[in-house]
Design a protein around this ligand. Structure first.
Ligand code: MG
Length: 308
């Protein structure tokens, strides 16, 4: 039983999270920039984005085939599922957060804030109370590559909350380019990656920040800590397992971070990784969006269940 050479143990705690005879599956290639994976347990498939090619793709877990789910696709980026199993999408070109309703139709959840268009929603998560939290950096309007080039109408790149009644609140306004986001399993902490190094250099280190949530569960408290800083590339999208470990995309693969922020280990991928998602019905297979390709690896942990 040999550890796959792609697995790098940095802290001994990582041994407990990886399977010593599992290996990386290179499932498919042919994209320009894969992002936004979301697993739909009832359909046994993974939906993911190929942003510059303006399409979303579907990996069928049963047949192993990848097909086009939607094209054109508003240059979709991040996806998640809401409490009813509906797919929620961040659209660069649509400059909106949308949802596929039970009838299959596109429903707009947010497209403006204070009367001005959003930049280009990037990543999204749904909290147990049904509120939808998303980041809104400018990557989808900075050029025509990932959307339509346009001037920002907002004063900055913010993190927003959409309440079940449709109202939209800016909850974090002090980041440069907020990107991936997720809650801790008990939803007491909101993690948000800042990839602002793309615009201001090392004045904005490639961090994940940890924001303790206020007791009302509606707002992150202003005081945040630096949860972890990326040593290769940036943290883009990430997911949290049931023990609170953060599995994040990075420039050299996937980094696994303990709840205290310690880098436990890496799964090295030969392409830049933008996002990850736990799949299979057991939620113990980590799907990895690596630039042109979709990869996967079984791990000895599973996605955090949603608080009831
Ligand atoms: Mg992202």
């Amino acid at each position: 039983m040999a550890l796959d050479p792609a697995i790098e143990i940095i802290d001994n705690r990582f041994h407990r999270l990886v399977i010593h005879n599992a290996h990386i599956d290179h499932l498919w290639t042919g994209a320009r920039w894969t992002e936004g994976p979301v697993y739909a347990p009832a359909a046994k498939h993974l939906i993911f984005s190929d942003i510059p090619n303006d399409r979303t793709l579907r990996y069928d877990e049963v047949s192993g085939e990848v097909s086009v789910f939607e094209a054109p696709a508003f240059n979709a980026n991040g996806h998640t599922q809401d409490r009813e199993g509906r797919i929620v999408t961040c659209e660069h070109r649509g400059r909106a957060v949308t949802r596929i309703g039970h009838d299959g139709c596109r429903e707009v959840l947010a497209e403006s804030f204070e009367g001005k268009r959003l930049n280009s929603p990037n990543d999204v998560v749904v909290k147990s109370d049904g509120s939808v939290w998303f980041t809104d950096p400018t990557y989808g309007i900075d050029s025509g590559y990932e959307g339509d080039a346009a001037e920002s109408e907002q004063d900055g790149s913010y993190v927003y909350r959409i309440d079940p009644d449709g109202s939209i609140t800016a909850v974090i306004t002090d980041m440069v380019k907020p990107n991936g986001l997720a809650f801790s399993p008990d939803e007491s902490i909101l993690y948000v990656a800042d990839t602002g190094i793309s615009h201001v250099g090392l004045k904005c280190p490639p961090d994940i920040r940890a924001y303790p949530m206020a007791a009302d569960g509606l707002t992150p408290q202003g005081h945040h800590t630096t949860f972890a800083t990326c040593d290769t590339g940036v943290f883009d999208g990430f997911r949290v397992d049931h023990e609170g470990n953060v599995w994040s995309s990075a420039g050299d693969g996937v980094h696994c971070l303990a709840p205290d922020g310690t880098l436990l280990g890496k799964i090295r991928i030969p392409e830049v990784v933008a996002n990850v998602e736990f799949g299979t019905v057991k939620r113990n297979r980590l799907y990895i969006c690596g630039t042109t390709s979709l990869y996967a690896m079984y791990v000895k942990t599973r996605a955090a269940p949603r608080p009831g």
